[in-house]
Design a protein around this ligand. Structure first.
Ligand SMILES: Nc1nc(=O)c2c([nH]1)NC[C@@H]1CN(c3ccc(C(=O)N[C@@H](CCC(=O)O)C(=O)O)cc3)CN21
Ligand SMILES: CC(C)C(=O)C(=O)O
Ligand SMILES: [Mg+2]
Length: 253
């Protein structure tokens, strides 16, 4: 579907852990499962630029570990670039990854992999110190070589100030309309999961969950009421001479 509507970028986000795999947070997804999903996104969509999240645990130990993960995502997953959560602490790492030919999208503001130290999934950058920190992080991330900067769950005006200052594009999720571009989790756009709580920044354009339940119930009811399958419509006819031979044969048993 994403290939069909020609999005500029397809992000294979680690939120797939929660929206597609049933994990409780993004930190649970193993690197191999991210890689598996990058591969299948590529196989289904060869035309788009594919970015992928470096999952929790696949890059923090050392630059060597991070580079090995990035190379696997590009070499085997066919990702065109990677996304990494964090601020200026990633400066050297982003330098290194971009220097080997892998475009890096930085991700700051609310960084879900850090939810345990952030006290949950909360708006970021709403105090003077936080706002200045995020602003400076973005300058630093651009200087390190990030070609895109993702801003998650920050006030509209902070995203606007940052977007005006930077020369690389900002991509927002919960960062208001003044970013250079937008991203949203596809499962949220389509309403695939029956989420009791959605972040304020989500807009669902469809309710695939409701439509899916209705379709499955329809099927079940038709089977129970002998409305599906219909012999003439969904079944296969047997040649009459074969049927006669079969009956001859079974009579003898
Ligand atoms: N389905 C889905 N969509 C996402 O966008 C998403 C995930 N899952 N999982 C990984 C992270 C987690 N995300 C989240 C989850 C919750 C809020 C949230 O409820 N935020 C509060 C902020 C309230 C405040 O601090 O004022 C909200 O009410 O919007 C935000 C981002 C974004 N990501
Ligand atoms: C929400 C986007 C930016 C993301 O990181 C993800 O889907 O994992
Ligand atoms: Mg993510």
């Amino acid at each position: 579907m994403a290939e069909e509507c020609q999005f500029d970028i397809n992000l294979v986000g680690d939120s797939l852990a929660m929206v597609a795999l049933g994990y409780e947070d993004t930190n649970e997804i193993p690197f191999e499962e991210m890689l598996y999903h990058i591969k299948l996104v590529y196989r289904g969509n060869k035309k788009s630029f594919i970015l992928a999240d470096l999952p929790f645990g696949s890059y923090e130990k050392s630059h060597e570990q991070a580079i090995e993960s990035c190379i696997k995502m590009v070499k085997y997953g066919k990702a065109n670039g990677i996304k990494i959560e964090g601020g200026e602490e990633n400066f050297d790492l982003i330098r290194k990854i971009t220097s080997i030919g892998i475009p890096v999208m930085a991700h700051t503001g609310l960084t879900p992999q850090h939810h345990n130290v952030m006290g949950g999934f909360k708006l970021q950058g709403n105090t003077k110190n936080q706002a200045i920190k995020i602003y400076n992080d973005c300058l630093s991330l651009q200087k390190a070589g990030a070609f895109l900067i993702l801003l998650e769950c920050v006030p509209n005006k902070l995203a606007q100030e940052i977007t005006n200052k930077l020369s690389v594009p900002t991509i927002g999720i919960g960062a208001g309309p003044y970013c250079s571009g937008q991203v949203l989790v596809m499962a949220d756009v389509l309403g695939m999961n029956n989420n009791p709580h959605q972040p304020k920044f989500v807009k669902s354009y469809e309710n695939f969950f409701e439509k899916g339940v209705a379709a499955l119930n329809n099927y079940q009811n038709e089977v129970k009421n002998n409305q599906f399958p219909l012999a003439d419509v969904h079944g296969y006819k047997m040649k009459s001479e074969v049927l006669n031979e079969l009956k001859e044969y079974t009579k003898l048993l």
